[in-house]
Design a protein around this ligand. Structure first.
Ligand code: URA
Length: 293
């Protein structure tokens, strides 16, 4: 394994857990180890699957649930780091990735669809997330919106269209709890009153899906002024009760990788033109530019 890190015996400070090189305590990466675009699956086992679509890939770190590969996708520098399950683990990965240079995140996850028409294997691209997690609340009160970045959302839609996969776009709900927090009965049928039919209540206000990390990611991304969205494969449907663990995961991976290439093209032209925001006319310009080259 190339370059997999060994943490120093002593770190800088209890309130600054990194070594002298700036290598972060949990993810084991130092500034410069990752490019700006980072794909974030929950599952460490999904990182090599994401990297299998790249032109070149190498594993640079593995510590607890945090596995990182870096490489190139269609010539664009890219990385993928697993976040583990839930907001607490994801916030650690995001905090540390920000410190080493990432500024654009795409969660590549699995999810439970809350409406019948969300078929098993379909993809959901998140425009925002209902903050039912605990972690984002430790950062800021619930009035603060967990919105996705419009450029990342657009890139994911563009990628899903190009690849011809079935997808939906809209609101997600994120919980730190897979069972009772998502309205599933706990052990011996336990469920607190507040969580009875929570999935149905969310569906009735046009929330598409339940997963466990998007709200934390979007809240932190907004606080820190960086970009994020999520593409999740519908592996469960809470209306039909179907559950197919790997359905759509490959498609979500392909869409996320392709979205990085799209974002890179847009970012390149934005920089060239000195534009701060992506606009429809800029997208047309990029398309023309790509046709010619
Ligand atoms: N992940 C979740 O958090 N919930 C589901 O129902 C499926 C995947």
């Amino acid at each position: 394994m190339l370059g997999v890190y060994k943490m120093a015996k002593k770190l800088k400070a209890a309130s600054r857990p990194e070594d002298e090189a700036g290598r972060q305590y949990h993810i084991g990466l130092k500034p410069g180890d990752v490019p700006r675009y980072v794909l974030l699956p929950g599952d460490p086992g999904r990182v090599p699957k994401i990297a299998s679509f790249w032109d070149e890939a190498r594993k640079i770190s593995e510590h607890r649930e945090y596995v990182t590969y870096v490489g190139k996708y269609m010539g664009v520098d890219i990385a993928s780091t697993s976040t583990g399950i839930g907001g607490p683990a994801a916030a650690i990965a995001i905090e540390e990735l920000l410190r080493v240079g990432a500024d654009t995140f795409i969660r590549v996850g699995t999810t439970g669809g809350l409406r019948k028409e969300l078929g098993i294997g379909d993809l959901i691209i998140s425009t925002g997330a209902v903050r039912l997690d605990g972690t984002s609340r430790t950062y800021i009160d619930l009035g603060y919106p967990a919105v996705a970045n419009y450029e990342v959302v657009l890139a994911l839609i563009d990628a899903a269209d190009t690849l011809g996969v079935r997808y939906h776009v809209g609101l997600t709900a994120s919980s730190d709890s897979f069972y009772v927090g998502q309205g599933r009965p706990g052990f011996k049928g336990y469920i607190p009153d507040s969580m009875v039919n929570i999935h149905k209540k969310l569906a009735s206000v046009n929330v598409l899906n339940f997963e466990m990390e998007a709200a934390t990611l979007f809240t932190l991304a907004n606080i820190y002024g960086v970009r994020a969205s999520a593409v999740c494969a519908v592996i469960a449907n809470r209306v039909t009760e179907e559950f197919v663990p790997e359905a759509g995961v490959k498609e979500a991976i392909k869409v996320a990788n392709e979205a990085v290439k799209i974002l890179h093209d847009w970012d390149t032209v934005k920089d060239k033109e000195g534009m701060k925001w992506l606009t429809p006319s800029l997208i047309s310009e990029v398309k023309e530019h790509l046709k010619k080259h």
